[in-house]
Design a protein around this ligand. Structure first.
Ligand SMILES: NC(=O)c1ccc[n+]([C@@H]2O[C@H](COP(=O)([O-])OP(=O)(O)OC[C@H]3O[C@@H](n4cnc5c(N)ncnc54)[C@H](O)[C@@H]3O)[C@@H](O)[C@H]2O)c1
Length: 275
């Protein structure tokens, strides 16, 4: 596959965090960018920071018809063949299984999993016709390990991983490549934008407090995440782990497939005592 630099990149969740940084990075590498987010303000902020060709679309990734219409518009607009479809929009909720809100679980699963499926099925025919391009779907380290009070999020991210790995096999010999991204903690608005019922240790009264702690724990900047993702796509990696914590958890789960949380719990205890 040739480099994606200079080819059109489609990115969802481009109004903030990893999507925004990836849009800026790829645009700086000559990619016309087609950006979608349901947050119009964030989307405009991203577009304003980019000097090359940009198409923006206010879009809820749960809306299949909306994604299909977006794909049709991108096909007409794209100044260069599509090099990347980055299905990246995502949300989470902090709540325990025993008293989970079913609506919030559904919201997380719909955005994180069905949003990805709609993005893939809308753009795949274009990439297959081109016989080139990459579909890159954002999972998480929580698509590798289970974390308490993140059950719906983990389920959705394990689902993205399974779906993308199956897709990757289907795409053999087509010229189209599929990859899954597993970020560790990245300093973005993911927790600030979360719905909140209760965190596992009961440390936080609300989402603002949880977001404040997340900002101190997340080590990787969105810009570094974008760099790792860009390099991973260029190398045609099947799995792109973002940040040292993602690499660590990936190794840990292989070494201790059923006991990994014993280790995580101890490490979390050390961090909590060190505060
Ligand atoms: N930040 C992390 O530590 C981390 C770790 C692992 C995985 N991830 C994943 O990375 C991806 C990007 O998240 P981020 O960290 O940049 O968070 P973020 O909140 O900064 O950005 C997510 C973007 O997705 C958009 N979005 C949410 N729901 C949408 C919908 N229904 N339709 C369209 N747009 C929608 C939001 O408006 C926001 O702009 C997500 O899939 C997230 O689950 C993040």
């Amino acid at each position: 596959m040739s480099s994606i630099n200079g080819r059109t990149a489609v990115i969802t969740g481009a109004g903030s965090g990893i999507g925004q940084a990836t849009a800026r990075r790829l645009a700086a590498h000559g990619c016309p960018v087609a950006l979608a987010d349901w947050n119009e303000e964030g989307l405009e902020e991203t577009a304003a920071s980019i000097s090359g060709p940009v198409l923006t679309r206010k879009l809820d990734v749960r809306d299949r018809q909306g994604q299909m219409a977006f794909a049709a518009d991108v096909k007409t607009w794209a100044p260069a063949p599509i090099g990347l479809v980055f299905n990246n929009a995502g949300v989470t909720v902090l709540q325990g299984v025993a008293d989970a809100s079913p609506e919030d679980d559904q919201w997380v699963f719909d955005v994180n999993f069905h949003g990805v499926v709609h993005g893939v099925t809308s753009f795949l025919p274009i990439l297959l016709e081109q016989r080139s391009g990459a579909i890159v779907n954002t999972s998480s380290v929580f698509g590798l390990v289970g974390f308490p009070h993140q059950s719906a999020y983990c389920a959705s991210k394990f689902a993205v991983r399974g779906y993308t790995e199956a897709l990757r096999q289907e795409l053999r010999g087509t010229g189209v490549h599929a990859a899954v991204v597993h970020p560790g903690g990245v300093k973005t608005n993911i927790v600030a934008n979360a719905r909140f019922r209760a965190d596992y240790h009961g440390d936080h009264a609300d989402v603002t407090s949880a977001a404040r702690e997340f900002a101190t724990l997340a080590r990787t900047t969105p810009e570094r995440a974008a760099e790792i993702i860009h390099e991973g796509i260029e190398k045609q990696k099947a799995r792109i782990r973002v940040g040292p914590d993602a690499v660590f958890l990936d190794l840990l789960v292989r070494l201790a497939p059923t006991r990994y949380y014993d280790v995580i719990d101890r490490l979390e205890g050390l961090v909590r005592r060190g505060r």
